[in-house]
Design a protein around this ligand. Structure first.
Ligand code: SF4
Ligand code: SF4
Ligand code: SF4
Length: 677
């Protein structure tokens, strides 16, 4: 069993392949920066810091042992007895390889209890960008807190096992991997396997059966499928098919680094899809060509597109080590039903009339791999009977998982806020809207931190809808925003965006005499800036999925997550200074999220109506906080549905109380226009 643990809890190999992705010049720069900042790497940890991640402990030993840990002791039962060991605290920087975020290793302090569960996590050091900007979004409580109570035998996959920080996806992955690897190494060194598996899920227990199997046993079991393809000249292409169902099975088969690389590359290229490994070996005279692969299931046939084949690695880790020359993986298209049999074809170059005449392998994904991929119940034979009480554990469905993990009071509070904002909007009540705005700023902004950001769009591009399917409050807010925007326009901007609320409050309390408008032509030209920013961010997300620069254009996180970056605070100060003079300055000219909602709102059927006298009246034009009104027309994508102009209309039962005669007096040469609804 110890051997089994060693394999299952095996830490990723000591190499610098994570850092390979970094530009060497950057790596050199960081080395200089870190060397020049000894205080950052040689921190002395106080008992307070250790207690924060191991609150069950009364005292700690000095850091010692291999791997180095602070042993955590509980209270002495009596004066004669020794204090019991209640856990261990360790720093991830003591474990190689260190996981790299955007630009440099992320150092964490981790507590592990005596049962193999994490008791706390604190991010000690984290650099966000190339410009030595210190950590931002990971330093919130929400992200590290979710690791508490997690067994080291569980998965640590971001998006499934832990919620990522959508504003810092790469860093979320790096923290999760770094903590997992170090915690498993500590558990392996200091805890018994019974303690570790006691709290492990059915999935982890099932993998513990697979982990010690040999390559031949994996083939016999059906988790790995060899496929020999004869080429016309008599040489052989030895292919191996294996479904990389999830992180656990993927790591067992190809190792942690290769699986992570494949998965990241896959998510960069296509939005979704499970990975079918294709190992390549043999004495083939012709090189393997991915475009020669095709899939068939029933009547559906698919010749593999280049973007759906990713490089996995050179088979240096995991069970596939030395069993092939290198491995790639097909990112299975969504049309393929993975629970049903399908055929993989390889075109050897011989002219054939029908696809069925090509070299082929029938594939039926093994029930265990299927269960691991879909989160359905693990087949009973794969749940070891280490503890009877865990024998009938079943994995939750995605919906069950979403509902069972939902923070209910947070969800209810959000629903109440959505109801308040929507009522304010429908009733055109300025009082209710101010109540919604204030609640939004205080609760969504400063207390809860659940607000939408353009990073949800860019991460949606990178990760697909799964981004929203693990967080019920976020799902509710995003769903409400999309639906209301499609029907009525930017209701979200009206009273559900904390930064919009802050700007409205600034405008309300700043004396009117300080307010200014940009010259109309400059204003209209500047309106395009936010669309350019949005386009830039979307293109960056599509092309460079690992680069995330939105925070420089979106000051929400800086304020509400209390960034440690002076540069980001300076950017925020500029936007707020602009808002002191020009109402909703940031919304008007810079907000990429507002730009995306504005584009979406163009198809909304319930736009604001205008009346002919608006052409010369201009009362609403002067009051509009976003400059969206120009005489009788409203540029609806710029409208934040603040209701100001609608209230003017509503006050006179659908027709503005400014009569044509009254407003004509202001404009002698006025010729009435006819508005088309
Ligand atoms: S435009 Fe941007 S900042 Fe303004 S309210 Fe909308 S989302 Fe918030
Ligand atoms: S006050 Fe009435 S007439 Fe004047 S701009 Fe507003 S809706 Fe039009
Ligand atoms: S005043 Fe009217 S046009 Fe301007 S933002 Fe408010 S609702 Fe939209």
């Amino acid at each position: 069993m110890r051997a089994l643990l060693r394999i299952f809890l095996r830490r990723v190999s000591v190499n610098m392949s994570s850092a390979r992705a970094l530009d060497p010049i950057l790596a050199f720069t960081f080395a200089i920066i870190l060397t020049a900042s000894p205080g950052l790497t040689a921190q002395t940890l106080s008992v307070d810091a250790l207690s924060r991640v191991a609150p069950q402990a009364e005292s700690f030993s000095p850091k010692q042992g291999l791997p180095p840990v602070y042993t955590a002791f509980g209270a002495k039962p009596d004066a004669q007895s020794d204090a019991p060991i209640v856990g261990y605290v360790f720093e991830t920087r003591d474990f190689e390889p260190q996981e790299v975020g955007y630009s440099a290793p992320i150092e964490s302090l981790v507590g592990l209890d005596a049962q193999g569960n994490l008791s706390g996590l604190e991010i000690l050091y984290y650099r966000e960008s190339y410009k030595s900007i210190r950590g931002d979004f990971l330093n919130t409580e929400r992200f590290p807190n979710q690791f508490e109570g997690k067994s080291v035998a569980e998965g640590f996959r971001v998006g499934r096992d832990v919620d990522g920080v959508s504003r810092a996806t790469i860093s979320s992955w790096a923290v999760a991997r770094g903590v997992r690897n170090a915690a498993r190494e500590v558990a392996q060194a200091y805890l018994s396997e019974a303690a570790i598996f006691k709290n492990a899920s059915a999935e982890a227990q099932a993998l513990s059966i697979v982990a010690p199997l040999s390559w031949d046993e994996l083939i016999q079991l059906g988790l790995v499928q060899p496929w020999s393809v004869g080429l016309p000249d008599g040489s052989q292409l030895e292919l191996t098919l294996a479904f990389l169902a999830n992180e656990g099975l993927g790591e067992i088969l190809v190792g942690s680094e290769d699986f992570s690389r494949a998965e990241r590359e896959a998510s960069n290229r296509v939005r979704s899809g499970s990975l079918l490994m294709v190992g390549i070996g043999g004495d083939a005279s012709e090189p393997f060509r991915q475009e020669n692969l095709a899939l068939k299931q029933g009547d559906w046939t698919y010749q593999l597109e280049r973007r759906r084949f990713v490089y996995v690695g050179s088979a240096e880790e995991g069970k596939s080590r030395d069993k092939m020359r290198f491995a790639g993986a097909i990112v299975l298209p969504p049309q393929l039903e993975i629970d049903k049999p399908f055929t993989v074809f390889y075109n050897t170059g011989v002219q054939v009339d029908r696809i069925e005449d090509l070299a082929q392998a029938e594939v039926q994904i093994h029930p265990l791999a299927l269960a691991l991929a879909t989160g359905s119940a693990i087949p009973a034979e794969f749940i070891p009977q280490l503890e009877d009480e865990y024998a009938d554990l079943e994995s939750d469905s995605a919906l069950q998982a979403l509902l069972s993990s939902a923070p209910w009071w947070e969800s209810l509070a959000l629903i109440a806020l959505l109801a308040l904002a929507f009522t304010a909007f429908l009733r055109k009540s300025a009082t209710l809207r101010w109540a919604a705005l204030s609640s939004t700023l205080v609760y969504l902004g400063f207390i809860n931190g659940t607000f939408l950001s353009v990073s949800h769009i860019t991460n949606f591009i990178k990760q697909g809808p799964g981004l929203f399917l693990t967080d019920l409050p976020l799902l509710l807010l995003a769903g409400f925003t999309v639906v209301t925007t499609l029907f009525w326009g930017r209701v979200f901007c009206s009273s559900l965006c904390p930064f919009g609320a802050l700007q409205d409050l600034i405008t309300r309390f700043v004396p009117k005499r300080l307010r200014r408008e940009l010259p109309r032509r400059l204003h209209e030209a500047a309106l395009g800036l936010k669309y350019a920013v949005l386009a830039g961010l979307v293109i960056t997300a599509l092309a460079y999925a690992e680069l995330s620069v939105f925070q420089y254009f979106e000051p929400f996180g800086t304020l509400f997550y209390q960034s440690q970056s002076l540069l980001l605070w300076a950017i925020l100060a500029l936007f707020l200074a602009g808002s002191l003079i020009v109402p909703r300055f940031y919304c008007r000219y810079a907000c990429p999220l507002g730009a995306s909602l504005g584009v979406l709102s163009l198809i909304s059927p319930f736009k604001i109506k205008r009346v002919p006298q608006c052409e010369v009246c201009k009362v609403c034009e002067g009051a509009c906080p976003t400059g969206a009104i120009k005489r009788e027309a409203i540029d609806f994508k710029e409208c934040v549905r603040c209701d100001l102009c609608e209230i003017k209309l509503r006050d006179s039962a659908g027709v503005c109380k400014h009569s044509v005669e009254t407003v004509m007096a202001r404009h002698k040469a006025w010729v009435p226009v006819t508005l088309v609804d």
